[in-house]
Design a protein around this ligand. Structure first.
Ligand SMILES: Cc1cc2nc3c(=O)[nH]c(=O)nc-3n(C[C@H](O)[C@H](O)[C@H](O)COP(=O)(O)O)c2cc1C
Length: 208
């Protein structure tokens, strides 16, 4: 099949686009507003985009459900200039989904999910204590993306990673051993995948 995105003529019951860029890592973003109130939410339009200096991005689509304003993660990062990305693992998957609830601004999703937070070192927003990897990020730029058909705002938030926490328990022989924590990724629709089949491949000589 083929469809033109502008026409949306895929003929399927649901838009298949998000099932076509997979698996997507999930940036589980902690941020704070100007009054120090914590927010936690998952974003699967998320990735690392450079390694020196290390940079990550997450993208926000649309407005907060039922309210005509930006999602809290975007509003907070725009206001206070920093965020943490927390790795979602098999053990944390249910709590991650709970934190996607559109709570009123200022209400903490981590409380809803019964998650303990730990302080960051370089920035003010805290991190999810149980997540085995946390990246402390300073806002670099918010890029405006084309808006949706309904005039919804889409943005890409780019941050420079200034501090990295890795749980000692997943470092084996000097390498981060991801089979010990099974990172969870987003697929299409309501589907997820856990990274369980890990394998190595050598690159051709000269491959950078
Ligand atoms: C696994 C998962 C991935 C998500 N990815 C995104 C995303 O990339 N962009 C987005 O705008 N919303 C995404 N959402 C929805 C947000 O998490 C949801 O709108 C949330 O209420 C936003 O919270 P905030 O207003 O506290 O930032 C995702 C939800 C889930 C469960």
């Amino acid at each position: 099949m083929f469809y033109e995105t502008a026409k949306g003529d895929h003929g399927l019951p649901h838009n298949p686009f998000k099932a076509c860029v997979v698996p997507r890592p999930i940036g589980w973003i902690t941020s704070i507003d100007g009054e120090g109130r914590v927010n936690l939410a998952p974003y699967s339009f998320f990735n690392a985009v450079a390694s020196d200096p290390p940079m990550v991005m997450f993208a926000t689509n649309g407005r907060k459900a039922g309210e005509g304003r930006d999602k809290d993660s975007l509003a907070n990062v725009a206001e206070t200039g920093a965020f943490v990305t927390n790795l979602v693992t098999w053990d944390l998957k249910e709590q991650m989904v709970l934190t996607s609830a559109p709570l009123p601004h200022g209400e903490a999703e981590n409380d809803l999910a019964g998650l303990t937070l730990a302080p960051s070192r370089m920035i003010a927003p805290p991190r999810v204590a149980k997540a085995p990897i946390n990246l402390e990020c300073k806002l670099w730029r918010i890029v405006e993306l084309p808006g949706g058909a309904a005039g919804e705002r889409n943005t890409m938030v780019l941050g420079e990673v200034v501090g990295v926490h890795i749980a000692d328990g997943i470092i084996v022989d000097g390498l981060v051993n991801l089979s010990l924590c099974k990172p969870v990724a987003r697929l299409g629709y309501l589907q997820y995948a856990a990274a369980e089949t890990l394998f190595d491949m050598k690159r051709p000589p000269g491959g950078g």
